[in-house]
Design a protein around this ligand. Structure first.
Ligand code: DOR
Length: 427
């Protein structure tokens, strides 16, 4: 087999250890040379002038919809969107039909992820069919390499069952991730309960529906010693509880989505269901608290919660439409445009730390000789306008339609293969 070499030339390499202008040479999925002119003479040369070059982004929260909802998205279409967004690894949420709650389903996702342009890590369900009644066979799924479990879409409401899940998970050395939403208190609310839900007459769910489950899981983590990862934190109260839990050295981590640091519940005034999401868009004080948590290290990761829904379902009236928004292709640009954070902090939130939480090991971020060639090349100054139609997804439900963002992925290299080159899919 002929080995194709790839050179990345003219950019600034950004690693956890610092920045430097240098070139990379890639062969057989690994970085084989780093230095001035290392990329010269490669079979494929990627021009990185004006760009930073860094480890591929890692999304802890992607809904790929396969199996069961292929009309909205497939593992392949989601992976193409991921590559366009600079992601080289995504964690596939288990709220598929059927749910990823058995070794057979895990094998299916692994197989579907074999020939797509990013790594797909199946996330297992905590309970069978995500029904919240009986634990799923987490051990058997862990034997296939699954390191994270969640019932995402819903939280595990039963306190005793969650305690048992935590005890089981700590024995297995895996991470439980929680969608914090007390179902009784959320009561089917379609948006945040507050000023706007009252004005619009849309049933709301209070911040406390999230916060009670965050509080309970912190308590259960203290009781069991289990590691708990909080998904899509959205309220100031949740951020503050996680801040205190970390100060008390409990084994907690947390993510926030791009929409929860960008949009507020006021968007719902249009009655456009594109702004319906769970947890719901909150107040400007909550957005400020999420941003503060991202800045001070309370929140470890930015996740997309990429949740495709077809126009046929998403165009229903607000209270009937399914919750969720597309996120893979806009996440990095939103972080670069909206957050007043150093580039290294943004990369830590979108690549280096989520890689550790996803179990990819501690050296993701290094672009030294021998590292896996999962790389994205980003022009931080390029501006572009968001268009749902132009996205790889089978769905169109972006809440950022028409918005101009600064920062654009130019190339993505996955396992040594340039899968997105000069803004074009290269499959
Ligand atoms: O808005 C959401 N959409 N929140 C979730 O937790 C699930 C997701 C989905 O699967 O559509």
């Amino acid at each position: 087999m002929n080995t194709v070499t790839v050179g990345i030339r003219g950019g600034e390499v950004v690693e956890p250890t610092g920045r430097r202008r240098t070139e990379l040479l890639i062969s057989e999925g690994r970085i084989v040379d780093v230095g001035d002119n290392a990329g010269e003479g490669a079979d494929v040369v990627l021009d990185a002038s004006g760009c930073f070059v860094t480890s591929g982004l890692v999304d802890l929260h992607t809904h790929m919809r396969e199996p069961g909802r292929e009309e909205a998205e497939t593992v392949h279409t989601a992976a193409v969107g991921a590559a366009r967004g600079g992601f080289t690894t995504v964690c596939a949420m288990p709220n598929t039909t059927p749910a990823i709650d058995s070794p057979a389903l895990v094998r299916d996702i692994l197989r579907l992820g074999e020939n797509v342009p990013c790594r797909v890590l199946p996330v297992g369900a905590i309970t069978k069919d995500r029904a919240g009644r009986e634990l799923a066979p987490m051990g058997e799924m862990a034997d296939l390499g699954v390191t994270m479990f969640t019932d995402d879409g819903t939280g595990v409401a039963d306190n005793a069952l969650m305690r048992r899940a935590m005890e089981y998970a700590s024995g297995l050395g895996v991470t439980l991730a929680q969608h914090c939403e007390d179902p009784a208190l959320a009561g089917g609310g379609a948006m945040h309960e507050g000023e706007w839900s009252a004005r619009l007459g849309i049933p709301g769910q209070p911040a406390e529906a999230e916060e009670l489950m965050v509080m309970r899981d912190i308590a259960l983590s203290r009781l069991t010693g289990a590691r708990i990862h909080f998904q899509h934190l959205s309220t100031a109260g949740s951020v503050e509880m996680v801040r205190r839990a970390r100060a008390a050295r409990l084994a907690v981590s947390a993510e926030a989505t791009t929409h929860h640091f960008t949009l507020t519940h006021a968007e719902c005034r249009t009655f456009d269901p594109v702004f319906k999401v769970h947890p719901p868009l909150r107040t400007s004080d909550d957005v400020a608290a999420v941003r503060a948590g991202l800045a001070d290290g309370t929140i470890d990761a930015i996740a997309t919660d990429h949740a495709p829904h077809t126009p046929e379902t998403k165009d229903l009236p607000f209270d009937q439409a399914p919750p969720g928004m597309l996120g893979l292709e806009t996440a990095l640009a939103l972080a670069l445009t909206e957050l007043d954070l150093p580039l290294e902090r943004i990369l830590d939130l979108m690549s280096w730390t989520p890689a550790r939480i996803a179990g990819l090991g501690d050296d993701h971020g290094s672009l030294a000789v021998g590292s896996r060639a999962d790389i994205c090349v980003v022009d931080p100054n390029d501006t572009w306008t968001v268009s749902g139609r132009a996205m790889a997804s089978r769905s169109r439900n972006t809440p950022y339609e028409g918005r101009t963002l600064t920062g654009r992925v130019r190339h993505t290299v996955y396992a040594g293969r340039p899968v997105f080159v000069d803004g074009e899919d290269n499959l």
